[in-house]
Design a binder for this molecule. Structure first.
Ligand code: DC
Length: 669
């Protein structure tokens, strides 16, 4: 009996940061290239997963010293010379395509070696022929236990002769990558020619780029032709840093399209070698998610249930096929028809992914049609329509990507009450590339559901309001503009004939003054102060009279004390109204009102920029005079609170400031 994991939907919009694991493809390439280069290399930010452990184990069996430190994400590989120390070994490659192909080609270079290879049964069916034909041509011989050109087999390594060699890598780009990475061990220069095209071309780019990084010479004299110089690098590096996994990023990048909110993908902007980065463009193209680069990360932002804007057209996933499952599964809850093309080669991956996805998607979609190279998905208009028996049990065929894709789909709160509706079979199969994926997903949900207080402070015209409003909409926070509180009181005092009153008179006036709260009719997420149950019109709060007096009243301790209690009560008001948190803007929010706020932001901009921004809004306001008063007053002066995140917005676009602020909130969760 398989075990199942029920996926808990996100009851609140996503608001979390995720640290991505290192890339599997890069970790396993780095290990084989370290072996080809010889000497000692530390692989940093390495992925620890079934496939990389299998690769490390193969190298150990071949006589390399491999020191793994999971906590530190480090793998050290060392050996004398570049050929494998052991001329005989029994190797097991599991269902790891990279290890299966890369280790076979690497061992073939070790003339006189005799190696026995076995694998998981699923690997028995995956393509090896193209590589084996090329290795035979180069001098090696194979004996098969079962089917010809399949695992398990024995290889008598004949070395790599070099010269011209043709390879059919149409079934998998790994067949080509394997040959390229072993070719520096050949006796003479190797000219590899692709006899047909190949799939997943970005992975070939990755191989060539990494070979160059490692100091090998691999050039491309013509399309589909690779020339490799038989030499070990002169200058060997001592450490290699593995990029975070771009395919893994796809799951959390699409999450906000299903849940609303935003997810910060830590470190992701450092990625450059991986084709699956292109998945973000697909999401953009489908209007499913907005993304922006923030420092080292990428912030993915989505609106809940966008109208599926990709109906009819087909998306070709040939270059980024590992991510087709991510979009295919999510599409069940997105309402638009979707056609995915260029995926026939994925029928020979961990499982027949086209058939498996079709079978599982049928459980949650109106109709799914399967073609040799394509899937056409017609989801229900709006789930939970069509879903009766919950949870829907998703078979995962020992395929980590099926488990992760449907795991993300299950985060959509289709019943609106947090009822789990997707259950994933054998959730542990994700260990192939991300062993704590489901823990990471649980943590992201818990973080998203945690109530958050955000303080945004800064002088006049730094953009506090526009940024706070946009962030409140993005993350479903209740927005409160405390400048409006001071303006409302000033308006009331002026109307009561107290424009020039001293503090004692103001205190007397406030002693039986009743404040109320209402949501802005124009902005459902903004809570505003009412006077006698009425909202004061915005234009009445921005008259010259109010502008001239507000800083004077705001400097009176009795006024500030009077508002302190009211402003603090806004946190429970936001909770009572079901918000994910509160974002309050002003001058003393992070220093006085909520010094313990989860996130404290201080926005700043040079005076010229601020004056220009105000002028653009058509407002003439003596910003510097007000700022001077706000900064110099005795009670709650405008300061950047200690420990707050200071953002100088002078040279930033509004969108950048919004993303940066949202990223800080995601990160603080
Ligand atoms: O953000 P604003 O321009 O609407 O603010 C109006 C005035 O209110 C400003 O000059 C300073 C004062 N204020 C304050 O002292 N403390 C706050 N938390 C918010 C505003």
């Amino acid at each position: 009996m398989s075990s199942f994991k029920d996926i808990k939907p996100f009851a609140k919009p996503a608001c979390a940061s995720v640290t991505l694991p290192g890339s599997k493809s890069i970790t396993n390439r780095a290990m084989i290239l370290a072996a080809v280069a010889g000497g000692e290399l530390e692989i940093k930010n390495a992925l620890f997963s079934r496939d990389t452990i299998i690769m490390a184990d193969c190298l150990k069996r071949l006589g390399y010293v491999v020191e793994s430190d999971r906590e530190a994400r480090s793998i050290k590989i060392s050996a004398e010379g570049s050929a494998a120390p052991n001329l005989q070994a029994e190797l097991f490659v599991g269902n790891a395509g990279t290890a299966a192909r890369f280790v076979t080609a690497f061992c073939a270079a070790n003339k006189g070696g005799e190696y026995f290879f076995d694998s998981d049964e699923a690997m028995y069916k995956r393509p090896m022929k193209g590589l084996m034909d090329a290795l035979r041509e180069q001098g090696s011989e194979f004996e098969f236990v079962g089917q010809r050109d399949c695992f398990p087999f024995k290889m008598r390594a004949g070395g790599l002769a070099g010269g011209e060699v043709c390879i059919d890598a149409s079934a998998s780009s790994q067949l080509l990558s394997a040959l390229l990475m072993a070719a520096p061990l050949a006796e003479k220069k190797t000219l590899v020619r692709l006899s047909k095209g190949t799939v997943s071309r970005p992975f070939v780019e990755m191989t060539v780029n990494m070979m160059t990084d490692f100091g090998f010479q691999c050039s491309r004299p013509a399309d589909g032709v690779f020339e490799i110089v038989p030499r070990r690098p002169e200058r060997r590096m001592s450490a290699y840093f593995v990029e975070p996994d771009a395919t893994a990023a796809s799951y959390f990048a699409i999450l906000p399209a299903l849940t609303g909110g935003a997810v910060l993908l830590e470190n992701f902007a450092n990625c450059s070698l991986q084709g699956d980065l292109g998945f973000l463009d697909v999401l953009h193209g489908c209007s499913l998610v907005g993304t922006s680069k923030i420092l080292n990360g990428v912030l993915a932002v989505g609106a809940k249930r966008p109208a599926g804007n990709y109906a009819g057209g087909g998306i070709n996933f040939s270059d980024i096929s590992d991510t087709f499952l991510t979009l295919a599964a999510a599409s069940a809850a997105l309402g638009g028809n979707l056609r995915i093309e260029g995926i026939s080669h994925t029928r020979a991956q961990e499982t027949d992914r086209v058939a498996a996805m079709a079978a599982e998607l049928r459980k949650v979609c109106l109709a799914v049609s399967e073609e040799e190279d394509a899937l056409e998905i017609c989801p229900h208009k709006a789930l939970p329509e069509g879903i009766s028996d919950t949870p829907v049990r998703i078979k995962t065929y020992s395929d980590h990507r099926i488990a992760m894709s449907f795991g993300i789909l299950g985060c959509a709160d289709i019943f609106g009450d947090g009822t789990p509706w997707i259950s994933i079979e054998d959730p542990q199969c994700v260990s192939k590339t991300w062993d704590n994926f489901f823990d990471t997903l649980d943590a992201a949900r818990v973080a998203s559901e945690k109530f958050t207080t955000v303080a945004v402070d800064g002088g006049a015209a730094v953009g506090k309001s526009s940024v706070s409003k946009a962030v409140s909409d993005m993350l479903h926070l209740m927005h409160v503009d405390t400048g409006a509180h001071y303006r409302t009181l000033t308006y009331a005092l002026i109307n009561a004939g107290l424009a020039d009153a001293d503090e004692a008179a103001v205190e007397g006036y406030l002693s039986d003054f009743k404040l109320g709260t209402a949501f802005d009719p124009q902005r459902a997420n903004s809570a505003r102060m009412t006077l006698c149950g009425e909202l004061v019109k915005d234009e009445d709060l921005r008259t010259k009279a109010v502008n001239d007096r507000v800083s004077v009243f705001a400097s009176m301790p009795s006024v500030r004390n009077f508002l302190k209690g009211y402003q603090r009560s806004m946190a429970s008001y936001a909770r009572e109204h079901g918000f994910s948190g509160l974002i309050m803007e002003g001058r003393d929010i992070g220093s006085v009102i909520f010094p313990d706020a989860d996130v404290r932001i201080f926005l700043d901009a040079d005076e010229q920029t601020r004056a220009q921004r105000r002028a653009k809004e058509g407002i003439s306001d003596s910003i510097s005079a007000r700022d001077r008063m706000d900064r110099s007053r005795k009670t709650a002066p405008l300061v950047c609170p200690e420990g707050a995140v200071r953002i100088d917005t002078s040279n930033m676009t509004k969108e950048d400031v919004i993303s940066r602020t949202a990223a800080e909130i995601c990160r603080a969760k």
